[in-house]
Design a protein. Structure first.
Length: 542
């Protein structure tokens, strides 16, 4: 009874399957096998397709012993001596079988013998041998386009130092790395039972500048495997790379590990916005393994030394920040992963290094403004009484309604002043609509004895009666300030007595307007609080 093996290999079926694959593997598989041997030279020639679209591929090396086992040339997945060696490229004893499957005819000649792969599908032993090394010759069906592609791809090979690699009579030059680093990466290695498994192992990684017209690629010890896109360098991993079965791709997690390692090692060489915003950089930045130094350098290079995020709660702060030279980093400028990684970096105070516009240029009240902060009228100084009396006297002439002054003195509330609309009367009555203004002055940042400061603050806060917003750079706001400034100048000229109370203020009754409630801030349920803010660390912001 005839016994059959578990599997049969249909050469024609395999050939058809490989026919859709990039034919450059004919070159890379044979060169890879040669480089894995103890050689100092390998010569490859590929003839241009003839009238039948047939090309001959010849690969000759000078290995002292040639192939250790000629049966590996035709045995699929024979036990490979390379798969437990991280510095060897082979692992499945399959690459050269793919090459043979596409061949019309081929022969392999070594110091130990010769195998002929005949055009009729048979395999025979030849009589020739070599004194040194091995020679492979195979005839293949190639289009002119496929031939040209292989010729171009041959130029991408990065020969190991000390191995002369020739292609069609010309030496492929050795490339000096642009930089190197050590990184722990997954590697497919055989365990004690010979089963291939991915393990983590430290390896050297060499980087190479892309030559004109080249697309960055991941290499496995000099053999290009997969294109990287806009990455800045070729990445040559000096151990086995865990690719797909066709050895033409890697999984996304491995690709990210590579990009993160390159970023952490070479981020200082990203010197302009375009290079720092490249896809590979953004992919690497979004990883938790990217270094703080790398992420901060990338963000500074992309957005400038002074950049902040927009604080939607303090709408005016973004324009204020821009006026101070900051750049606003909008939500769509980064991916969710990038935002998360950047915000996770802390400064010396344990806060995120990425500041908001409200943190660097606040225009809204920062900190609690409660009744407990308001200085009772009985504790006012003569100068405070004088400033309050002046504002209350001239405000109706400027904005057409009365204004109540209140003072705080707290540097943790980062405002010079604040203006809100207050309402008197019962909401259910008709008179409720007659409103007034509440102007808060923070003595921690405003000196009411300084004429310039007190008039500047007055104009700024009264302008908020019309512009109920903290956007101080809005054209309506600064236009209103200009109008009020003009009115103030005319008022000083026409009715100077109003301003004398700001100077002669030694005796003021401890009273306030009868229509002002005791807790005006608490009763300001309507309107928008608009503040003249100061920076938390720098004093005045405007």
């Amino acid at each position: 009874m005839k016994k059959n093996g578990w599997l049969d290999i249909d050469k024609e079926g395999l050939r058809k399957s490989l026919g859709q694959k990039n034919k450059v593997f004919l070159l890379t598989e044979m060169v890879s096998n040669a480089w894995d041997e103890d050689i100092t030279k390998v010569e490859v020639t590929l003839t241009r397709p003839d009238e039948k679209s047939h090309s001959w591929l010849h690969v000759i090396d000078n290995s002292p012993t040639g192939w250790s086992d000629l049966s590996h040339a035709h045995t699929m997945f024979a036990e490979s001596t390379k798969k437990a060696k991280s510095e060897k490229r082979g692992r499945f004893n399959a690459g050269e079988k793919d090459v043979l499957a596409l061949a019309i005819e081929a022969k392999l000649t070594t110091v130990k013998g010769q195998v002929l792969f005949n055009e009729d599908g048979t395999r025979t032993e030849g009589t020739e041998t070599r004194e040194v090394g091995s020679e492979f010759a195979g005839r293949f069906q190639l289009t002119q386009e496929e031939y040209e592609n292989i010729v171009q791809q041959a130029k991408l090979l990065i020969p190991p130092k000390g191995i002369i690699t020739m292609f069609n009579g010309e030496e492929i030059p050795y490339r000096k790395p642009n930089g190197s680093f050590t990184e722990t990466l997954p590697i497919p290695l055989a365990d004690k039972e010979g089963v291939m498994r991915n393990v983590e192992r430290k390896t050297k990684v060499n980087l190479y500048e892309r030559l004109p017209g080249e697309v960055a690629m991941i290499y496995e010890m000099g053999i290009p495997i997969v294109e990287l896109g806009d990455d800045k360098w070729h990445v040559n991993v000096m151990q086995k790379v865990p690719p797909s079965r066709d050895r033409d791709n890697v999984n996304p997690s491995y690709l990210r590990k590579i990009r993160v390692a390159v970023l952490n090692a070479k981020f200082e060489e990203l010197k302009d916005e375009e290079s720092a915003a490249a896809t590979w950089v953004r992919d690497a930045v979004g990883s938790s393994k990217s270094s703080d130094a790398a992420v901060k350098h990338v963000m500074t290079t992309r957005f400038g030394q002074k950049h902040v995020t927009r604080d939607v709660r303090d709408k005016g702060s973004a324009n204020e920040a821009v006026s101070q030279g900051h750049k606003i980093v909008e939500g769509g400028s980064m991916t969710g992963r990038e935002w998360e990684r950047y915000k996770a970096i802390k400064d010396e105070n344990g806060e995120s290094v990425l500041k908001t516009s409200a943190q660097v240029a606040p225009t809204d009240v920062v900190g609690p403004l409660t009744d407990s902060l308001i200085i009772p009228r009985k504790d006012w100084t003569a100068m405070m009484h004088g400033y309050a009396a002046m504002v209350e006297a001239i405000a109706p002439n400027l904005i057409g309604k009365p204004v109540v002054i209140q003072f705080i003195d707290n540097e943790n509330v980062h405002i010079e002043g604040c203006f809100q609309n207050g309402f008197r009367g019962d909401r259910s009555t008709k008179g409720y609509t007659r409103d007034f203004g509440i102007m808060t002055v923070n003595l921690a940042y405003t000196d009411v004895d300084d004429n310039e400061q007190k008039y500047t603050l007055l104009l700024h806060e009264l302008a908020h009666d019309k512009v109920c917003s903290n956007d101080h750079l809005h054209h309506e706001f600064y236009g209103t300030v200009e109008v009020l400034g003009g009115k103030l100048a005319v008022l000083i000229q026409d009715d100077p007595e109003l301003f004398d109370i700001g100077v002669h203020c030694s005796d003021f009754a401890d009273v306030q307007p009868p229509w002002a409630v005791a807790h005006v801030y608490e009763h300001n349920g309507e309107g928008v609080a608009a503040a003249r803010a100061v920076g938390p660390a720098t004093g005045r912001s405007d």
